[in-house]
Design a protein. Sequence first.
Lengths: 241, 207
Amino acid sequence: MPAVIFDRVRVAVETDSAPELKVLLDAISLELTEQRIGVIGANGSGKSTVLRLVNGLVQPTEGRVTVDGADTVRDVRTVRRNVGFVFTDPLSQLVMPTGREDVELSLRRFVRNGKERRQAAEGALDRLGLLELADQSIYELSGGERQLMALAAVLAVNPSVLVLDEPSTLLDLRNRELLRRTLAGLDQQIIMSTHDLELALEMDRVLVIEKGEVVFDGGAAPAVDHYRMLCRDGLPAGKPR
Amino acid sequence: MRGHGFLLANYVPGHSLIHRAPLALKFLLVFGCGLASFIVVDWRVSLAVLAGLCGLFLLTGAGLKKLWAAIRPLAAVLVVIGVFQWWMLGAPTAARIVLNILVCVVAASLLTATTPVQRLLDGVVRAAGPFKRFGADPERFALTIAIMLRSIPYIAGTFADVRDSARARGLERNPRALILPVFITSVAFARQTGEALAARGLGDAED
């Protein structure tokens, strides 16, 4: 598995509401080598920032992130070739009118010949069982099909690391199951943030993020327990009316 | 989100003569129609060209429904332009202007309905090839066209959604309730698209 290393990473941004910088992540050091890594935490805790650092979409204010030795700031193009990123909303990710065309768009930089590119795109779609939906408008697909289509477009270029930012948030139960099965069959290293604790329980390692810090790092079951405890402790006292 | 209201016709697979025609010829047809819209001064000529193009469109097998779907989003704008021009310059000029716009839309739809987007992009890359020596990146040209094709229906769909929600709140006559949300959503969409493209390494300079 590739090693994703966070070396004392701090991310702070300017805001309109306060004169000082807002700290999104504070001095995080991690070495991620497991195949399936989950990131859980409340909304705004810093999960997405952790994921975006891996692909170079967010740059550290201090410290550095490397993927297989490549620095996400200096070697961002190498990093992006190796790290595929799947967003929560596939509609913001799918650029072309149909899935086939979007997968072909991913392949344009790697396969110059049009015929070979079409074949490679068909192969990528076929691997996820999407060939029948390849020519449908992305607006005619269900949420789960769209998410799988976005996944196919990312996997088409064969990244070694796959980062997914809450991929099941917009999906119903059936589509979530479809996505879960698909992810289970992949060889790539997966780093995924999620609010779906059942999905988190299937990970090899889970990080719990709270207010920009990793407050738990370990096996899936104890991590989920820790997160549940954090959520219970954070609730206001008294009975709801 | 009703972003599927596409301004130009989506590709319709087929084996018609127009499907098989060289891409350069189809590009020339669109270019020629655009040029003619400035030159042609007789509305009857514009009408004849439009009829010919509609005939060609139907020959592709894409169907009348697809043709209407390409024209429909413009109908209201064309009526406004037509009435204004009729009032300002008279009926023949108004008819010519409206017909010439339709000629351009149908010609462009003929191209997009019979050419897969990837082939279209390959064509753009080839056409932009000579500009490489001046530092231009043909792949970026193609990506720009792809994003434009994708963004038009998205923004049109956003407008439809915003109009519905304004209507639901009784604000359909308030231009701010219509324009501001469309503007904000469009900016957010542009940012999301940029981020998604960056994450996929699309738009990076050539190696």
